[in-house]
Design a binder for this molecule. Sequence first.
Ligand code: AMP
Length: 242
Amino acid sequence: MVEKNSGKVGPIILLGPPGAGKGTQAKRIAEHYGIPQVSTGDLLRENIARGTALGRQAKEVMDRGELVSDDVVNEMVRERLGEEDCRRGFILDGYPRTPVQAGWLDGFLESKRAKGRAQCGPLIVIEMDVDYNNLIERLTGRLYCAHCGRIYNVITQPPRVDQLCDFDGTPLVARSDDRREVIAERLKAYEQQTRPLADYYAKQGQLVHVNADLDVDAVTSQVLRVIERSRGADMKSPSWSA
Ligand code: AMP
């Protein structure tokens, strides 16, 4: 059994449409293994909140539900993955999202390995399959805590106290791109630009599917099983019961 808080983990990629639950699962996996969640959406929103030039540029694109340019996102990822906390591994949430980004990531990881600085084990790509109607319900009911980033849903994952984060009591907010017209654009961008990545990773024998229609704990159980299997260990005592 590989200890959950030591040794290398991943890198792990969570693939799936907006609303599949990538952010929720990435946070749980990150906490479980003590590795960082690297969410390009969160990094972009941080830039917007700080009012950086990158943030100002990205906001317009994000508010239309389109994808930010590959160069900008790849550079942001390069910087983030170079940080100390990524040495044992990391979980990518919302990245890569285009074939160009996937190719860039392959090259980046390869160059790390070639330099003997492989920070992590084999790539694990998990595709979260979810029914279209579930996606819409999750996206239109989504609220999040701008302080700690935890994600809720008014129907399926309500906070204990109405509109307040369970962990720090911060008032919850809806994302500006969770409006119906923007959701339609984001799903279109996913179908056209991101879905082909499943084939790309399947051809390399790296893709594993999980059923993301199940409840949050059951999805976490599946994801943990996939990761443990790929780390060469049977999970004898899963933390989340299916
Ligand atoms: P997310 O939080 O992953 O749903 O991302 C929110 C928005 O940020 C997306 O709709 C895109 O506009 C932008 N974004 C996030 N990740 C990427 C990426 N890997 N490539 C391009 N745009 C991205």
